[in-house]
Design a protein around this ligand. Structure first.
Ligand code: NDP
Length: 332
């Protein structure tokens, strides 16, 4: 088995700070140590994968490397006794696709603790349309619920709505009966976002109207933000009394220039969301919800599928913020 070869994306540092990507062959014996060997059927493309694939050292420092922070497939070997060959599992986060070779290879080897048994109600394919982005969207909704933001509380703002996290967040929130206001930089995405359940679609500038003031008119009962920067600051300043804002991304900027007034005068909560080291209990709870009551109604409509060979084009597109919905990578 250890000499079995398989197809994978291989990122190499040809010369310092110059990275190349190719689809090549690797051997199972090349994979890192771990107690669980998985034959990957599907992966998905996330923003972080594009950073790893283009040599961003904040994500991956060691090359050659196979990116892919998401993977779903069948267990081939398990030395911890928790899984049987043929069991279906999914993996998101931890070190997968960062320093550990990831889902853009047909096999991965990982510690057992990173795997989640595929919940009833989800196929391997569906689990990877959701992937890290959708799981993160689920964590954001879970945190809003825990903060007491109920569907009748008022409008929920979702930024980066046409992207991976945003589109799944719109779908889940709409399914749960929230009124979703989707923010997008793509006018052409309005119909897509309405199909997913957005009640209103607005441009980024609409979130920033009046943002030069310390606080703005109260508009949002809750916020799912992937942008950071000015959009997040504007969203916080316009969050209603007692509302909550989840922060998970930085596509706009990692900076946050804000004062304390929304927190001390309106009791607004800013809730950080991390999908990578998320502990097992909430991880399993959110995946169960994503397979059941929260399962997005239009999952297939949010996805476009590609193989390893088409991944390069998609990597360039996600870096430019041009991807709509989720990109499923077929590894079969
Ligand atoms: P995508 O590229 O799929 O989507 C991001 C979307 O953000 C774009 O499609 C675009 O949507 C919008 N956008 C792009 N540039 C800007 C900008 N300059 N200002 C405002 N909006 C912009 O990425 P993902 O959805 O996969 O990830 C989103 C963010 O969340 C990333 O920063 C990622 O690293 C982070 N993330 C964090 C996780 C965590 O655990 N904390 C896990 C997963 C992702 P539109 O055109 O509709 O505005």
């Amino acid at each position: 088995m250890s000499e079995t070869t398989f197809k994978a994306m291989i990122v190499e540092e040809a010369e310092p700070k110059k990275f190349t990507r190719r689809i090549g062959e690797r051997k199972i014996s090349d994979l890192p140590d771990g107690d669980l060997l998985i034959r990957v059927h599907y992966s998905s493309l996330n923003f972080k994968d594009a950073l790893s694939a283009t040599g961003n050292k904040a994500v991956t420092r060691k090359f050659p490397h196979t990116p892919g922070i998401d993977a779903a497939g069948e267990v081939v070997e398990c030395s911890c006794g928790r899984y049987q060959p043929g069991d279906q599992v999914l993996v998101t986060g931890y070190d997968l696709g960062m320093e550990t070779d990831g889902g853009f290879g047909q096999y991965i080897r990982i510690p057992c603790d990173w795997a989640v048994k595929l919940p009833d109600g989800l196929s391997l394919r569906e689990s990877m349309i959701i992937g890290t982005a959708g799981f993160t969207a689920g964590l954001c909704v879970w945190k809003l619920e825990q903060a007491g933001v109920q569907p009748d509380a008022g409008d929920i703002l979702v930024t980066g709505a046409s992207g991976g996290v945003g589109s799944i967040a719109v779908s889940i929130l709409a399914r749960l009966g929230y009124r979703v206001v989707a923010v997008t930089g793509k006018t052409a995405a309005a119909d897509f976002l309405k199909t997913l359940g957005a009640a209103e679609v607005i441009g980024r500038e609409a979130v920033l109207e009046g943002a030069e003031r310390p606080m703005m008119k109260e508009r949002w009962a809750g916020v799912v933000d992937v942008a950071g920067g000015d959009l997040l600051a504007g969203a916080i300043k316009a969050t209603r009394y007692g509302g909550a804002v989840t922060c998970c991304g930085l596509v706009g900027s990692p900076d946050l220039n804000i004062n304390v007034f929304p927190f001390i005068l309106r009791g607004v909560s800013l809730l950080g969301v991390d999908s990578v080291q998320c502990p097992a209990e909430p991880r399993l709870a959110v995946w169960e919800k994503l397979a059941g009551l929260w399962k997005p109604e239009h999952l297939e409509e949010t996805a476009s599928e590609c193989g390893l060979e088409e991944l390069e084009e998609k990597i360039q597109a996600i870096l430019k913020g041009q991807i709509r919905g989720r990109t499923l990578v077929n590894m079969k």
